[in-house]
Design a protein. Structure first.
Length: 203
């Protein structure tokens, strides 16, 4: 069992627990059932503890936004203030696929909504929510969390399922075109078969 401050990575041949301070491997559990394409993610406690220690307001909001939404880094950097519907608590997300923009709306919780209202109060409707490059975004995530922005997306998905969220709604939220793309997270968060079986009537 990992402690609250540990980072969890799933690799091709093992489940590795990394120390958040030294970033060195301190435990490797060999497993023959771990698939080679499982994503790397961080424990919820590690993410929250790391973000709470960030003193730069802009960086802290950026990391919180990625963690609370699970959007792709390219999607986050495309968001403008006018894309945020504060009344309905939604954000219009745009992503480029085959040279064509696709759109979806995602819901946000009250905590993130309040942060967005505060952070965007001084910018115009056409202004980007985050005014830095993709490279800078990677540097910020590496600096405070020790990994890439996409690991926050994976961590969001794992946390969603561990909290009992529906996998089909998760797929829509993440903007996956195929449910099979989302189903990979179920290999990390196994379905509690016994609990589900209790709901089934045979008489």
């Amino acid at each position: 069992m990992t402690s609250n401050s540990e980072i969890i990575e799933v690799s091709s041949s093992s489940v590795e627990v990394l120390s958040p301070n030294s970033q060195e491997k301190n435990l490797t559990l060999k497993s023959s059932i771990v698939k080679s394409d499982l994503p790397k993610y961080w424990a919820k406690e590690y993410i929250n503890n790391s973000i709470n220690q960030v003193s730069n307001v802009k960086h802290k909001f950026f990391l919180t936004f990625l963690w609370f939404t699970g959007v792709r880094i390219s999607e986050a950097l495309n968001i403008r203030k006018k894309d945020i519907d504060f009344s309905n608590k939604t954000i219009t997300i745009r992503w480029l696929k085959n040279r064509k923009y696709n759109y979806r709306n995602i819901s946000v919780n009250n905590e993130l909504l309040s942060l967005m209202q505060f952070y965007s109060a001084s910018i115009n409707l056409d202004d980007l929510l985050f005014d830095f490059s993709r490279q800078r975004a990677f540097q910020i995530t590496q600096q405070y969390l020790g990994g890439s922005p996409h690991q926050l997306r994976h961590s969001f998905a794992i946390n969603w399922l561990r909290c009992g969220g529906d996998v089909f709604l998760l797929s829509r939220h993440l903007g996956h075109r195929k449910i099979q793309t989302t189903m990979i997270y179920l290999d990390i968060v196994p379905v509690d078969i016994a609990k589900e079986l209790d709901k089934v009537s045979f008489r």
